[in-house]
Design a binder for this molecule. Structure first.
Ligand code: ZN
Length: 163
């Protein structure tokens, strides 16, 4: 049986819950999630929980914030003018925007709250600071192609190149 290790393309079904048991995300009812092991395609805590596992195994992986989406940095929460956003967009909590930080790097921001004149934004990932509870079933493990290793991601079961 092929074990999960660096350089394997792994497909999993998973359900992700928060501390309160609420389902945050799940692949159930859809296609399994496929990723390249060891390439940082998924959060590091889940990746290390999958290390050495094989097809057919089912298990739980608990991921601390530092091994998930990071700890929540309060400095990432800011109140900015509504004018910073395009007029023609109806802003709602949970919306995601790309922005350039002062160094010119692109940064993702999330809308937390919309007020009359201002908008509260958060530069932390919405799952930052949360302990992640994954229930995982390994669906398949295969060797990555040279092209997949070079790109750092899987190209799908039929070799499609989708980015
Ligand atoms: Zn590619």
């Amino acid at each position: 049986m092929t074990k999960i290790q660096k350089g394997k393309i792994v497909s999993i079904h998973y359900t992700l819950k928060g501390d309160d048991g609420e389902v945050i995300d799940s692949s159930e009812g859809g296609e399994p999630l496929e990723y390249l092991h060891g390439a940082g395609n998924i959060v590091v805590g889940l990746e290390s929980g999958l290390d050495g596992r094989a097809t057919g195994e089912k298990f739980d992986v608990k991921v601390a914030p530092k091994d998930g989406y990071g700890v929540h940095d309060p400095r990432g929460v800011q109140r900015v003018s509504r004018d910073s956003f395009p007029d023609d967009i109806d802003l709602e909590p949970g919306m995601q925007f790309g922005a350039d930080d002062p160094e010119g790097d692109s940064q993702t921001i999330w809308i937390v709250k919309v007020e009359d004149e201002n908008v509260v934004i958060d530069m932390n990932h919405p799952l930052a600071g949360k302990t992640l509870h994954f229930a995982v079933a390994v669906h398949g493990v295969r060797e990555a192609t040279g092209e997949e290793v070079a790109h750092g991601h899987p190209h799908g079961p039929h070799g499609h190149h989708h980015h």
